[in-house]
Design a protein around this ligand. Sequence first.
Ligand SMILES: NC(=O)c1ccc[n+]([C@@H]2O[C@H](COP(=O)([O-])OP(=O)(O)OC[C@H]3O[C@@H](n4cnc5c(N)ncnc54)[C@H](O)[C@@H]3O)[C@@H](O)[C@H]2O)c1
Length: 432
Amino acid sequence: MKDSKEIRKEILGIIGLGYVGLPLAMEFVRSGYKTIGFDIDVKKIDRLSNGEIYLKHIGEDRVKNFFNSGLFTPTADVSRLNEVDLISICVPTPLDKYRQPDLSFVEDSARAVAENIKQGAIVILESTVYPGTTREILLPILEKGGNKLDKGFYLAFSPEREDPGNEKYTTKNIPKVIGGLSEQSRRKVVEIYKSVFDEIVEVSSAEVAEATKIMENTYRSVNIALVNELKVIFDKMGINVWEVIEAAKTKPFGFTPFYPGPGLGGHCIPIDPFYLSWKARKFGINTRFIELAGEINTMMPEYVIMKTIAALNKNKKSLKGSKILVLGVAYKKDIDDSRESPGIKIIELLQDGGAEVSYFDPYISEIYDMRQTDLVMSSVKLKDELLKEQDAVIIVTAHSNIDYKNIVDNSSVVIDTRNALSGIKSHKIFRA
Ligand SMILES: NC(=O)c1ccc[n+]([C@@H]2O[C@H](COP(=O)([O-])OP(=O)(O)OC[C@H]3O[C@@H](n4cnc5c(N)ncnc54)[C@H](O)[C@@H]3O)[C@@H](O)[C@H]2O)c1
């Protein structure tokens, strides 16, 4: 796909320059729009101002084209929102400590927009939320600024379906679902977004668009839970679930493969379904599939520990006092995101059991200042001597740039939660 050379007249803005917002900014720029990126994290703004990208999975060429275009301006100054014709909100939507939706970042952004919005601007919420958020939370805050929908501004929801690290499907070629709070709002967004995205999917309301994203992530969560449960059952029967999946997926219809693992991670699958559960409770409905899937998936780190204890036992060792190396704390391979990662939970459980734990991750040199843990650790260097000192190595993330044969050769016990060792035969390997 050729980069656009024409500079377009509209100026676009993005609030929140993280895993979702920054690739979106790059796509706006590639489509020829002057783009202002807003973030409250001044460290991120400083790095971007120095021509530096903090997301490691984005290729050098893309980064170079982005900054060389001269079309991107990063800033922490929200008063500059009055310069933009379209504002896309891509801020976090976590759960609070009671596992309820925390919309504070969305609300703060909405207030900043309300105070600074340019007459006639388009606002799009892209953060994952429960159905009804755009209308019930965002709209009143924006109207408090004195403007009215379809008069002073336009408002829509368009879910982000970004999959960091996926080289086949990127921001541009993932179909973009758009639902407006009004017909006019939807049309306004489509007019601009059709010049950025390859395919636009228009739906009848913001609520349908919000529910679409929640459905996609709930579908993943439930199917991953199912395959995690099957893993445990088949393991008891001496059957390798990975081999079963490979065989099952040869069926040309009616089966979509999902893969088991050490537990869910990232800012989406472990969180988003609970946005729906919370909203469903307001209607007196229990989301039983979501709860059950959550229960099974959150038990997976404990299952990994159980299998580790069994493996150590075979070598007449206990968890307490054992040296254990966790390989990978990113929530999935080849990216630098450790949010909600099962690797973190596994480290904590191992430490609780009295193990001496270290970790190696080529993408995450340090663990600190995380929402779900007080853990502070640095990645060790992966050396043969280090592997030889370990009582067990647990593969939590199957990063591509690791020599797994070498890991097995130099370790006494390897617990594989990702089928990273599928081609290797050794009595040292234990599946978990
Ligand atoms: N990470 C993913 O793969 C992914 C995929 C699809 C959808 N989403 C959804 O997209 C949203 C954003 O996720 P993310 O992974 O990009 O989060 P992130 O934490 O990587 O980035 C969010 C950014 O928003 C900034 N921010 C917070 N409050 C702000 C404010 N008031 N004003 C300006 N900036 C502010 C933060 O400093 C941060 O840089 C979430 O709702 C998430 O569920 C994420």
